[in-house]
Design a protein around this ligand. Structure first.
Ligand code: HEM
Length: 155
């Protein structure tokens, strides 16, 4: 497995491929649910924990929404689109200020939970590659610019 992360060039929207169908076939919906439950338990305690509600009930809702999205993204039923009315993750993430550092933290939590899953490398790699590329689309704050703005505004 190669969990490498390449740097986002701010503003880029790279082409990506959804995971191969083997991933959902090998994982099954129950294990996918467990994966995202474990993932969010890690995320709320991570450096990006402040983005997410700490309230158990709200967190459960996010976990459920996520699983629906990923089942659909992995070639399964269109549960997410049916429930939410769109499949646009850019729209969903626009309201949050996401930096490259936040993306890496998110992917780091995912790497940790994925490592514990016993499926073929082929399936796992295709899931990781999707996340690694797709997550670049969620980065909407340029860290360097932020820092420069700060320096300018402080005079
Ligand atoms: C591969 C990349 C990512 C995917 C596929 C993804 C997917 C999702 C999905 C499916 C949801 C639930 C949407 C809904 O409730 O309708 C969500 C919510 C969210 N994501 Fe992501 N995400 C990604 C990366 C990130 C990153 C890097 C961050 C950085 C902080 C992030 C922060 C959030 C936040 C704050 C929410 C909303 C939580 C809430 O409802 O309070 N996501 N994401």
């Amino acid at each position: 497995m190669n969990y490498s992360i390449s740097k986002t060039k701010f503003g880029e929207k790279p082409d990506f491929e959804y995971p191969i169908s083997l991933f959902l076939k090998e994982m099954g919906e129950d294990r996918l649910k467990k994966l995202f439950s474990d993932f969010y338990d890690l995320v709320v305690d991570s450096d990006i924990g402040n983005f997410f509600p700490q309230d158990e009930e709200k967190l459960e809702k996010i976990k459920a929404h996520n699983v629906k999205f990923f089942i659909e993204a992995c070639g399964g039923e269109k549960h997410y689109t049916k429930a939410v009315g769109h499949f646009d993750m850019l729209k969903t993430h626009k309201q949050f200020s996401i930096t490259e550092k936040a993306r890496r933290e998110w992917l780091g939590c995912m790497e940790e939970v994925l490592k514990k899953v016993d499926i073929s490398n082929e399936a796992k790699q295709s899931f990781w590659d999707f996340l690694e590329t797709f997550s670049k689309h969620t980065v909407n704050v340029n860290e360097r610019l932020e820092l420069e703005d700060l320096v300018v505004s402080k005079g």
